[in-house]
Design a protein around this ligand. Structure first.
Ligand code: EPZ
Length: 430
């Protein structure tokens, strides 16, 4: 994967076949830092082969954590990684690593819980919004930490006797802040309660791992979590959940081409809002043994929906659904309630012949009969996938540049789409 790689798609092919769904990026990125919570080995299976996972591994190595990848053959999807934080050589996450991957903020809580202090460069914003971390800091303070901000870094410090734990009610649902809170509370001295906590399946995956490591958590899967602190956690071997956003993305890809796909490993209970949106759009969706079967079933129908915290429709699926709705018979209305700037894909889709109007947080997608291939520029992870989805259905050739966005979140994308019969290839950047 080189920075200036691009993907060339010859659109119009009906996609059909079976696709292995990889481990969930947004689960893996919160399971990896759990290695800090014990000096015993943590083995994670079904880790997706993604740039963000490599970046996180490198960050953890900076702290002195050993990591080893077990027997992945080149043709395999997913990897097994064993991590061990026998002793830490640093408690600082430096700017040059954090700026490349804002999920690095997820080491703040576990490092604080393990070492009694943690210093992390403040993650900048990104294309979809300024991504503040105020809720991460407020919940750690509620658990007893002292927070200092200086020179672009945040430093969290535990009292000498250890973090007492505490109670916090989130004013806004935050996946990352809930994750930092959980990874800290498990090793507090006392009990902690979190209210209006995020309920995403990735949070449940994190809770299940922490329990497997000896953590005591009640209310898993609900927005009210009670964590009874324990003195220490032990190692574990754990399977990362399947990626519900990847699965939903490929469902849209199959549907827009009039095709069908068996999403092997996908769990329908993790993605009911996405399934409902696909069914509302006239797409056939059926759980099958070992996955989910998705098939176009007549013309795509327009859909009106708003993104929302789980179990609402995932903001991470908005761009991909919008791409599919470009060819609907009628106008769809999508409202993005989570991030302030998550319509970067719209101008590029319009360059492919879509007719989308945005006004603040709302986008009106007027269905058109055809899309035409074009050279397009990826701006962020999910926007990039929406351009690939549009390119698969467009007449002619589409070139998607700046593939590093895509490589952060989609494991071997072109190989997977080739499995479905897509005419797609990756070429080295000019
Ligand atoms: C996670 O980001 C995901 N990333 C995002 O996926 C996803 O879009 C998001 O959750 C929402 O589901 C990972 O899991 C690595 P939030 P996160 O904290 O934790 C505001 C992708 O494409 N907020 O739930 O950063 C924030 O600005 C990525 O895979 C605060 O105000 O999201 C946003 O409006 C993109 N203060 C809202 O809350 C805070 O301290 C939800 O953000 C934290 C968040």
């Amino acid at each position: 994967m080189k920075k200036m790689d691009k993907i060339i798609i010859r659109g119009g092919k009906r996609l059909s076949g079976t696709l292995p769904v990889s481990g969930a990026k947004n689960s893996a990125l919160t399971l990896l830092p759990c290695a800090l919570l014990t000096d015993e080995p943590l083995t994670l299976r079904n880790l997706p082969r993604l740039a963000d996972i490599d970046g996180f591994q490198h960050l953890l190595n900076q702290f002195g954590i050993s990591t080893s990848i077990a027997g992945a053959r080149p043709e395999d999807f997913g990897r097994v990684m064993t991590l061990q934080a026998t002793r830490l050589t640093s408690t600082v996450a430096p700017y040059d690593l954090v700026r490349k991957m804002r999920a690095s903020i997820l080491v703040l809580g576990p490092m604080l819980a393990r070492a009694g202090e943690a210093t992390v460069s403040l993650p900048g914003g990104c294309a979809i919004g300024n991504r503040p971390i105020d809720l991460h800091l407020k919940v750690l303070e509620a658990l007893g930490a002292t927070i200092e901000l200086a020179a672009g870094y945040v430093r969290a410090i535990a009292p000498d006797g250890g973090l007492p734990g505490g109670r916090y009610s989130f004013p806004v649902v935050s996946v990352g802040a809930t994750e930092n809170a959980l990874m800290t509370a498990v090793l507090c001295k006392g009990k902690s309660t979190l209210h209006n906590a995020a309920r995403e399946p990735e949070i449940v995956d994190l809770c299940n791992l922490l329990v497997a490591m000896g953590g005591q958590i009640e209310g898993i899967g609900t927005s009210d979590l009670t964590i009874h602190g324990v003195d220490r956690l032990h190692g574990a071997t754990y399977m990362v959940m399947p990626d519900r956003i990847e699965a939903g993305s490929y469902a849209c890809a199959a549907a827009i081409t009039g095709g069908d796909v068996m999403l092997k490993g996908a769990k329908i209970e993790d993605m009911e809002a996405t399934v409902q949106a696909l069914r509302d759009a006239g797409v056939f969706v059926e759980p099958r043994a070992g996955g989910i079967y998705v098939a176009a079933d007549g013309p795509i129908k327009p859909v009106t929906l708003s993104t929302a915290p789980y179990p609402g429709f995932a903001t991470d699926m908005q761009a991909q659904l919008m791409a599919m709705l470009c060819l609907a018979k009628g106008s769809s209305v999508l409202t993005e309630t989570i991030f302030e700037n998550r319509y970067m894909h719209v101008p590029e889709l319009n360059r492919m012949g879509a007719r989308i109007e945005t006004k603040g947080r709302t986008a009106v997608v007027h269905g058109v009969d055809t899309l035409t291939g074009a050279e397009v520029m990826a701006t962020d992870l999910r926007a990039s996938m929406s351009l690939v989805i549009a390119g698969l259905a467009a007449e002619g050739e589409t070139q998607v540049h700046r593939l590093y966005h895509l490589d952060r979140g989609y494991e071997r994308l072109e190989e997977k789409l080739q499995l479905l019969g897509a005419e797609i290839e990756r070429v080295g950047g000019d």
